[in-house]
Write a protein that binds this ligand. Structure first.
Ligand code: PGA
Length: 255
């Protein structure tokens, strides 16, 4: 982390876990543990948990995010949720392009880009996820894959809008597998992402962007990952569902 240049952000990605009642209980456990955090703390929760989560975190330093949004304002899109719906209830962040959405629900860089632009236009802060598959890493094309995702996912996003974008580098082979990228591997790709942003925008704009690492980040490895210059935080799956573990990662980012 380089806190002189950018904000450290720790975000939980709850995925399809916790009912509204369980969400309230988990957030009631988390909020007192992270109240003195020196970083941004976010919980991204299932749609039906959002209202309960916003209520449970009112008056605290924990922000609430959704796990996706559609790009249209309204219309015939059965099962989708618009940015306006999220905004109206007080959602601040939204995870976009998570590898599980890409893998299981047909998300493409084009739809990630549309969602990103819609989120920004509505005043939501997107956490845009990028990352290579194991096979792509083995074929030594990690940089090509990441460069393509960054360029396409942020297509037509202005320098001004970029200030509200968080990028999460999540190697797909490390998600939910217990197989964390080494701190050096995480740093290498996060630094590469920043270099791409510098090419697409400029160095100052790139330096200001928070780039998280995600993929089996936990209370045991957070310190080392976050000690790297270009790793500005974490997008946490499994460990975000256990208050003490999530709080320990927040504490590591607060140093
Ligand atoms: P994990 O998930 O921490 O359970 O690996 C991370 C993510 O998918 O955001």
């Amino acid at each position: 982390m380089d806190k002189a240049k950018r904000k450290a952000v720790i975000a939980g990605n709850w995925k399809m876990n916790k009912t509204p009642k369980e969400a309230t209980a988990l957030l009631n456990a988390i909020t007192p543990l992270v109240k003195d955090a020196d970083c941004e703390v976010i919980a991204c929760v299932p749609y039906v948990d959002l209202a309960a989560a916003i209520e449970a975190t009112a008056g605290t330093n924990v922000k609430i995010g959704a796990e996706n949004c559609h790009w249209a304002e309204s219309g015939a899109f059965t099962g989708e949720i618009s940015t306006g719906m999220l905004k109206e209830i007080g959602v601040e962040y939204v995870v976009l392009g998570h590898s599980e959405r890409r893998q299981y629900f047909g998300e493409t860089d084009e739809t990630v880009n549309k969602r990103t632009k819609a989120a920004l236009a509505a005043g939501l802060k997107p956490i845009v996820c990028v990352g290579e598959l194991l096979w792509e890493r083995e074929c030594d094309i990690t940089e090509e894959v990441i460069a393509r995702q960054i360029k396409l996912d942020l297509w037509d996003v202005s320098e001004e809008e970029l200030k509200n974008v968080v990028i999460a580098y999540e190697p797909v082979w490390a998600i939910g597998t217990g197989k964390t990228a080494t701190a050096d591997q995480a740093e290498e790709v996060c630094a590469f992402i920043r270099a791409q942003l510098a090419k697409l925008y400029n160095q100052a704009a790139a330096d200001a962007v928070t780039i998280q690492y995600g993929g089996s980040m936990n209370d045991g490895n957070a310190d080392e990952l976050l000690s790297k210059t270009d790793v500005d935080g974490g997008l946490i799956g499994g460990a975000s569902l256990v208050a003490e573990k999530f709080a320990a990662i927040v504490a590591a980012a607060s140093k």
